[in-house]
Write a protein that binds this ligand. Structure first.
Ligand code: WTA
Length: 643
């Protein structure tokens, strides 16, 4: 924890949406009278029938929380139709290609027309209200169009990150009962091509229920099209009507399902509904980024993650913002790219991940300093704890002491930002996400689930429902209750640990479960383990995170081979490549150590605490190893530590 404090600048407090006094007042109001507070705040989105019943349900029993349950709406109307009269010709999306010489701009009116056309095209393919549609696209405008077109029809989208393998894609398609897939010929990232259509074809060999595939031409690469199943996106849209009335949805009807990793089993589909999610997306985008009309806003996430859903598409478009979509990576063609894009499009608000900041920090200040960045007003961070050193560099070098930084803590399950400074109200401390937004009631609990007071470290829970929360795990409500509401009765458990300091600021310390955060990508160690043991030569595997300078956490795998198999370098490479192929490049272990056996308790439970210590090279403080069935295993692992 650093004790440096950056007070709110008076000129910022004077113009921001929320100042310190207002924060106190609205925080108290939202905490004591949530129904009254959200009855007002929900008016920020467009309703067909405004809700009169604001909140029902709580975190007890089978956790059936409902917000705005008698209201009806269509999410795409808030993002498109209602802007046409006032800002139809304003740029909605600036698209910056991987190639620094290519960018395009599309207005709200153009976006509206594209969404309507594509929605009609999907209708022709049989998509109806209540269906699930899978989107496996790179960072192109069509990704946003596809999401909004699904919303327009009342079909839930499930976006799968383009870095996932055919198997991961197939697994999500099957779990969600998808019958229509939207993909591209190829994606482009950092000058390299990503074979999305080929991956889709491979995935669909396992998914006989998918009857239609829409293919967006991105690179123009030569990809085989299967007659009857595969359709060209542009051809479909050209033939479709530009007029598509929005489907009336109940506030609690699904808007999307997004798969996310947990400590056990396969990724689960976090289901978000229409009314509460849209209110939360709009509310948090406006408050946290202090968004003002006319500003250019850039979130560098991928639409395959929740950050892309809420802060590239739904939040900014609901608020009539100009949102920038970037196809590329921070270091291509060189480490100046982010800041060149900022100058080129005069970006005012910039939101990225600590891993990107750390990787740019390594390149020094020159690539940043050769750009102007005068347009920047506010900087944001998301996805993992930001170390004070990276925070201070971001503040000094990128923001030239001028731009406040919002370190925003939240999760896929939350729908949008939960803990973050509001720049007109809350003094900044590098490394702390600071205080909860109005409407969020975080608490720290001990191992028995007792609430802890004052300056303390504990397990981070949320005490009461907020509109943006996920409502269920798709197809498995028991798993939802079990995962989030059973560890500490009556609380939503985040899986994160946190400290609260004397000023009531939260310092997120990271996951306390078996989820790791690799370069801002969330990964379950169990997923990587099950990929490893699927290899014919592997008997057993244990995977842990270890501290990594750039990625935050790296993946460290301990592998026990089947009897008769010989460990060697070729096999090590083969296993790493295997995980890459099974799950996707983001899951490839950084380090793989051969483990003749794994440290287990007498009841056969792997002692991950010890494996984490060895991976982190903290072998002096291994703690109590007396419960191990065979303590000599540990000595061997330490001796042969990899990396
Ligand atoms: C971590 C991403 C510290 C945390 C929006 C959480 C953070 C997980 C922060 C969710 C932050 C996210 N400070 N940790 N500002 N933001 N995290 O679902 O461990 O991909 O539980 O959502 O990322 O990751 P997810």
């Amino acid at each position: 924890m650093s004790d440096i404090l950056f007070p709110v600048k008076p000129e910022i407090a004077a113009t921001a949406h929320v100042n310190a006094e207002q924060y106190k007042a609205i925080y108290a109001r939202a905490a004591t009278d949530p129904a009254g507070y959200w009855a007002e705040e929900c008016k920020r989105i467009a309703w067909m029938k405004p809700p009169t019943r604001i909140l029902s349900g709580d975190f007890h029993g089978d956790v059936r929380v409902k917000w705005f349950e008698d209201g009806t709406l269509n999410a795409s109307v808030s993002c498109l139709d209602r802007h046409l009269a006032t800002r139809g010709d304003q740029v909605a999306i600036i698209w910056e290609s991987d190639d620094p010489n290519v960018s395009t701009k599309i207005t709200y009116r153009q976006l509206y027309e594209q969404v309507c056309r594509f929605a009609n095209a999907l209708k022709v393919l049989g998509v109806r209200k209540g269906d699930r549609v899978c989107i496996y696209l790179p960072m192109v405008v069509e990704a946003a169009v596809a999401m909004l077109a699904c919303a327009r029809l009342g079909a839930a989208h499930t976006v799968v990150f383009g870095g996932f393998s055919p198997d991961s894609l197939a697994q999500r398609i099957k779990d969600a009962g998808v019958r229509v897939l939207i993909t591209a010929d190829e994606g482009r990232r950092g000058g390299r091509k990503v074979p999305l259509k080929a991956n889709s074809d491979a995935a669909l060999r396992q998914c006989p229920d998918v009857h239609s595939v829409v293919v967006v031409k991105v690179t123009g690469g030569d990809v085989p099209m299967q007659t009857g199943r595969d359709h060209d996106y542009a051809t479909l849209c050209a033939a479709a009507s530009p007029d598509c009335p929005p489907t009336e949805m109940n506030a609690e009807d699904p808007l999307f399902v997004l798969y996310t990793s947990g400590s056990t089993g396969q990724p689960k589909g976090a289901l978000h509904t229409t009314g509460g999610y849209m209110v939360w997306a709009s509310y948090t985008h406006e408050l946290v980024f202090d968004y003002r009309p006319g500003e250019v806003y850039w979130c560098t996430a991928d639409v395959g993650w929740v950050t892309g859903h809420t802060y590239i598409v739904y939040g900014p478009l609901a608020n009539g913002a100009t949102t920038l979509m970037f196809e590329g990576v921070p270091t291509y063609p060189d480490a100046s790219r982010f800041w060149q894009v900022v100058d080129k499009h005069q970006v005012n608000i910039f939101y990225t991940a600590p891993t990107a900041i750390r990787s740019l920090m390594r390149e020094g200040e020159a690539p940043v300093e050769k750009t102007s960045r005068k347009s920047l007003r506010l900087l944001g961070s998301v996805g993992e704890p930001i170390n004070p050193e990276a925070w201070l560099w971001y503040h000094r070098v990128v923001g030239e002491h001028r731009c406040p930084i919002v370190d925003t803590w939240w999760q896929t399950e939350n729908g949008g930002i939960m803990i973050s400074p509001l720049i007109g109200a809350i003094a900044l401390k590098p490394g702390s996400a600071t205080r909860p937004l109005p409407g969020v009631l975080p608490v720290l609990v001990d191992a028995e689930g007792r609430e802890l007071e004052g300056e303390v470290e504990g397990n981070l829970c949320i005490k009461a429902p907020w509109p943006g929360m996920m409502r269920t795990v798709y197809g498995d409500h028991d798993r939802f209750v079990q995962t989030y509401f059973s560890t500490y009765k009556g609380y939503y458990f985040t899986g994160d640990g946190a400290r609260r300091d004397a000023d009531g600021y939260f310092w997120i310390t990271g996951r306390v479960d078996d989820v790791i955060n690799v370069a801002g990508h969330r990964m379950g160690t169990a997923e990587v383990e099950s990929a490893l043991v699927a290899h014919p030569k592997v008997a057993e595997a244990a995977v842990v995170g270890f501290p990594h300078d750039i990625k935050g956490q790296g993946i460290y795998a301990y592998v026990t081979l089947k009897v008769g198999e010989e460990p060697n370098d070729a096999l090590r490479k083969e296993l790493i490549a295997w995980v890459r192929k099974e799950i996707g490049p983001i899951a490839a272990p950084d380090t793989l150590q051969w483990a003749p056996s794994l440290p287990k308790t007498r009841s056969g439970k792997i002692m991950r605490r010890i494996l984490r210590k060895i991976a982190a090279n903290e072998t002096d403080g291994l703690g109590d190893t007396s419960t191990l069935a065979d303590p000599s295993v540990v000595k061997d692992l330490i001796e042969h530590r990899a990396g």
